[in-house]
Ligand binder design. Sequence first.
Ligand code: CMC
Length: 385
Amino acid sequence: NGYFTFDPGFVSTASCKSSITYIDGDKGVLLHRGYPIDQLANKSSYLEVSYLLLYGERPTPEELKEFVSMVSKHTMLNDQLVHLFQGFRRDAHPMAIMCGVVGAMSAFFHDSLDVGNPRHREVAAFRLLSKMPTVAAMCYKYSVGQPFMYPQNDLSYAENFLHMMFATPCDNYKPDPIIAEAMDKIFILHADHEQNASTSTVRLAGSSGANPFACIAAGIASLWGPAHGGANEACLNMLEEIGSVDRIDEYVAKAKDKDDPFRLMGFGHRVYKNYDPRATVMRETCHEVLDHLNIQDPLLDVAMKLEKIALEDPYFVEKKLYPNVDFYSGIILKAIGIPTNMFTVIFALSRTVGWIAHWGEMHADPDNKIGRPRQLYTGDDVRDF
Ligand code: CMC
């Protein structure tokens, strides 16, 4: 037992080397391939960031055009995969459907099972990046009993997702460009975050040589929990439960009460001990979207007041608990018309490129080994049967 480092939650264990994303949690810095997240969110597109994450450099205009064209070639799902949706209950959580459908893709793309081949890994990346908005939107359409909408490959990535979510065969839906831009920003802000639980899960699953679709399904499962990607859904539910600014003190008191398991959702982070830089961009985007749609959402007032109180309260100050990426995202998604149970699906869609970039980086690393942590055994000593 004495030979191993005991580090529950991997608080101080680096599980791998990576050149994709850098976080300085004390300073509130997040860089992808060296570029600050606020600059990427404000000056580039999700597919440009995806290229950067996957290939390590920003694309030239020609490279970006080729990349966008490749992504748009893989957006459809095999028709038999489409039938898989019918096996789910209509009231199934969309994350349950997404997890199942993405895992089932393993049965459709046999070339992607050859994970040792870099070209096959690249094709798997294209397939996943292209198909995730289709799968996500189908999870929604299935839950509301509407027909699936085919992707329209002349639309941008975010527009296409909005089209598949909100168009129906009987209308002429056109995505609002400001909303599409906000959606794209949300995708960028969730694209990667180094060795979080879901990315570590993808790496661990992939370290055995498992196929990429199964690995991403594992990542989706890990993301689902409320301490991770499920926090955006839990945060909006919490804001709705608080309901008005005069009830905030009661909830702050609950969050501080050690006998009460309640936590302020959208607050705190394992790595950030400063303001999450993604939350800053998310808050700005939230104001832009609500102004554009001319929505006065009382939940935004609750969120802003809650943030102010928490940032001044000694409990939150001492524990360095700041709003994280999930704090404002739900208010934007709600304003766009996306139901709460789809929030984590959108997180999964956005994070897929990060997962795939890490999976690819792991396979390209000659030092890659199967992940195999040890344990501290606490059971019985040897005894006779
Ligand atoms: N509300 C109240 N107290 C909190 C909160 C919170 N949201 N977060 C942490 N604390 C307290 C916690 O009780 C503990 O206190 P003490 O030291 O007295 O026992 C201390 O702060 C440290 O918390 P921890 O749980 O040991 O920290 P962790 O690094 O293991 O957990 C976390 C990080 C994100 C799971 C946690 O802060 C949390 O549960 N936050 C709410 C859920 C949430 O918003 N998750 C989204 C994270 S960002 C998106 C993503 O990347 O997934």
